[in-house]
Design a protein around this ligand. Structure first.
Ligand SMILES: [Ca+2]
Length: 377
């Protein structure tokens, strides 16, 4: 358990002294902004954490991009999980997402994504393993890659976010364009798409392109750039966000077979400054429900279904890396969505989750990235 830190109003520095570090779980309230509707408690610190996933009321898994996995209690006790796979680590590449299987309580199975060291640039892989526990030790056993991107050359932007269908029978996975934008329009590669798999990693029967020649049968939607958020809403609809280039981050309502436009259209421009036709010029391509210019660099997506933040029921929560923010999205009729709040978190937010108790948790993208618990003021 870390000593708690306290932020003073308007100050960006974190003060940690005998006067402010109070060794109590209830210390560490973040008073940095009177506008924040929550208090933030520092629970633990990680080296460049990437994902957090709750196993039950008391415990979660946290990945670090460099390749470590931790079992973490809600009080901040950290236990290393042995048996993590080797990864290519650098830039946006590394150990990425982790998620307990829909039947985790019975099976102990977890799914994880990472960039495999099978070439210099590495390929995105989805693996399944059993989390085994004893008093003194936690480890992943029987780890097996169940799906991989066969195109082993590529740059950053791997994607790699897992979401299970509400019925627990399918896995959805984001696959980034690996900085080869044209592949997002090429159905013969999974890059720049969202794929739908069986729990064993096979293309799911009934996918939209399963009978199309030279199309990858696992593709569910395409024309995506760099998606680091994927989640099902309480009504069973699938949503994803993705980073645009210079401008044009997007939140998209995902439907099977649709083309979300990258790189044909974007509400941002190339880093060179060259323009890209806007989404409005191509009504045949699915347009984002929300877009951000300037960007927030969205990372992590969850829907709030808990009882602690009564105003947030049904809202989506999205972390911001460049935005150093937490955004709340509300939804209206006909797929309309709106950024209702954006709170300054004073750190790059990498992932966000809701625990079974209704508290919201965030992790920060930093070599000393904090795991923080948010509760209503
Ligand atoms: Ca788009």
């Amino acid at each position: 358990m870390l000593a708690m830190t306290k932020l003073f109003a308007g100050a960006t520095a974190v003060l940690m002294s005998a006067a402010t570090a109070i060794a109590s779980e209830n210390a560490g309230e973040n008073n940095a902004s009177g506008a924040l509707p929550f208090s933030a408690w520092d629970i633990a610190v990680f080296d460049t954490p990437w994902a957090l996933a709750f196993l039950d009321d008391d415990e979660m898994l946290v990945t670090e991009k460099g390749g470590r996995i931790w079992l973490v209690s809600t009080k901040g006790d950290k236990q290393p999980v042995e048996g993590a796979p080797d990864v290519v680590y650098g830039g946006q590449l590394g150990l990425l997402d982790i998620a307990p299987a829909p039947d985790f309580k019975a099976s102990g199975l977890v799914y994880l994504t990472y960039v495999e060291p099978n070439s210099e640039s590495g390929a995105l892989a989805l693996a399944r393993a059993t989390l085994t526990r004893s008093e003194s030790k936690a480890s992943l056993t029987d780890l097996k890659v169940i799906w991989r991107d066969e195109a082993i050359e590529g740059g950053g932007q791997p994607g790699g976010v897992i979401a299970f269908a509400p019925d627990g029978r399918h896995i959805f996975l984001t696959v980034g364009d690996r900085m080869r934008p044209k592949r997002a329009q090429d159905l013969s590669t999974p890059q720049g798409s969202i794929i739908r798999l069986t729990l064993d990693g096979a293309p799911a029967p009934g996918n939209p392109f399963e009978t199309r020649k030279q199309a990858r049968p696992e593709i569910w939607s395409y024309g995506h750039r760099n998606p680091y958020g994927l989640a099902f809403a309480p009504d069973g609809e699938l949503w994803a966000h993705e980073m645009g280039p210079r401008g044009g981050d997007e939140l998209n309502h995902i439907k099977p077979g649709l083309n979300y436009g990258w790189p044909l259209v974007s509400n941002g421009d190339q880093y060179s400054g060259a323009g890209i036709p806007r989404h409005s010029t191509r009504p045949d391509l699915a347009a984002p429900a929300v877009y951000w210019t300037p960007v927030i660099a969205p990372a992590g997506l969850t829907f709030y279904t808990g009882g602690r933040f009564s105003d947030w029921k049904g809202s989506a929560l999205i972390g911001g890396l460049a935005g150093m923010s937490l955004s709340r999205i509300t939804f209206g009729d006909g797929g309309a969505a709106h950024e209702a709040d954006r709170w300054d978190m004073e750190a790059r937010i990498r992932d966000v989750a809701v625990d079974p108790d209704g508290y919201v948790w965030v992790i920060e993208d930093d070599t000393e990235g904090r795991l923080r618990r948010l509760e209503p003021k």
